[in-house]
Design a protein around this ligand. Structure first.
Ligand SMILES: [Zn+2]
Ligand SMILES: [Zn+2]
Length: 341
């Protein structure tokens, strides 16, 4: 079968690999229908994802149709449409014991630390497959449940609720999912980016205002938006060396800053930046069992996966799709690969 593999930074290809077999009684075999390219996949390609291992069949945003089930699997049958939660955890470390499996001491993400879903077939533990009703969510959109789960995780970690003023820095796909979910929670969102097309998308996804930080002073924009108080919640979805300290700077006294970058480059932050305002600096990683919530939200129509998906390519053109996502961030929201085309 065909799969998309990155052998080392800069080296991606559509390769022939062996079709996987169910390895234990609780696994299922899925025929992948669609997958979407994530910024973290681009990071693995560029060599900037500090947690990736090579060579790796990538893909953690995917879904498909169940082909085969292990003997102990209940609740899922061949023919079911499923979205796959890519988080794998040990179940017994401190984080797992406290309901924080997404930061398990041995956490693994499919397509980052272990073979991913950008392949024609994949085996996964049945407990990580979430059933989707194809009458309510198009099979060609199931891969976009994972990116929304990131948005829900960030906003849950940030305790974003009705009436909160929220600055979302960075309006790539993750930022857009965060914005749309924050809006659905009743928050009022200020979006910032350096690309006008992304800001337009942010406004379509529900941001109340948008700032191009190359053209406007974000400090002034945040002050105006918050009547001079600073932003009660800042989400750093820009994930650069400078955006982390800036997020702390723009937060109001008593505010929250949610950090989600995976870079290893060092930002300079004085202790007083946190202490003076008694900020909650909150990390957010992957998702912690958020798929059901996202699926329910999609079914209720509070998200716009059709708009999030800006491009569709057949699997055969995966390298071209990657090139587009890598080199034209102004055109791309989510690039979706169709595996059955
Ligand atoms: Zn992703
Ligand atoms: Zn664990």
């Amino acid at each position: 079968m065909k799969a998309i593999r990155i052998d080392k930074p800069g080296d991606i290809g559509l390769v022939e690999v062996e079709k996987p077999k169910i390895a234990n009684s609780r696994e299922i075999l899925i025929r992948v229908v669609c997958g979407s390219i994530c910024g973290s996949d681009l990071g693995i390609f560029k060599g900037t994802n500090s947690v990736a291992t090579y060579p790796i069949v990538i893909g953690h945003e995917f879904g498909g149709v169940v082909e085969e089930i292990g003997s102990e699997v209940t609740g899922i049958r061949p023919g079911d449409l499923v979205a796959v939660d890519p988080v794998r955890s040990c179940g017994h470390c401190y984080a797992c014991r406290h309901g924080r499996q997404n930061v398990c001491a041995g956490v693994k993400c499919v397509g980052v630390h272990m073979p991913g879903g950008f392949s024609e077939f994949v085996t996964v533990p049945a407990e990580r497959a979430n059933k989707v009703d194809p009458e309510r969510i198009s099979p060609e959109l199931v891969c976009l449940i994972e990116p929304y789960s990131i948005g829900v995780q960030v906003n849950t970690r940030g305790r974003i609720a009705k009436g909160d003023l929220v600055l979302v820095m960075g309006c790539g796909p993750a930022g857009l999912c965060i914005i749309q979910d924050a809006r659905a929670r009743g928050a009022v969102v200020l979006a910032s980016d350096i690309i006008d097309a992304r800001l337009e998308a942010a406004l379509k996804m529900g941001a109340a205002a948008a700032v191009n930080v190359k053209k406007e002073d974000i400090r002034k924009a945040a002050a105006d938006f918050s009547r001079g108080e600073g932003m009660p919640v800042v989400v750093d979805a820009a994930c650069t060396v400078d955006s982390f300290p800036l997020a702390l700077d723009l937060a109001s006294p008593g505010g929250r800053a949610v950090i989600m970058g995976l870079g290893a480059a060092v930002s300079q932050v004085p202790a007083v930046a946190v202490t003076r305002k008694e900020l909650d600096v909150i990390g957010s990683r992957l998702n912690n069992h958020r798929f059901e919530e996202v699926i329910a939200g999609m079914e209720r129509g509070i998200y716009a996966p059709e708009f999030l998906r800006s491009h569709v390519f057949p699997l055969a053109e995966a390298v071209k799709a990657f090139d587009l996502a890598l080199n034209h961030p102004e055109e791309v929201r989510k690039v979706v690969l169709k595996f059955d085309a």
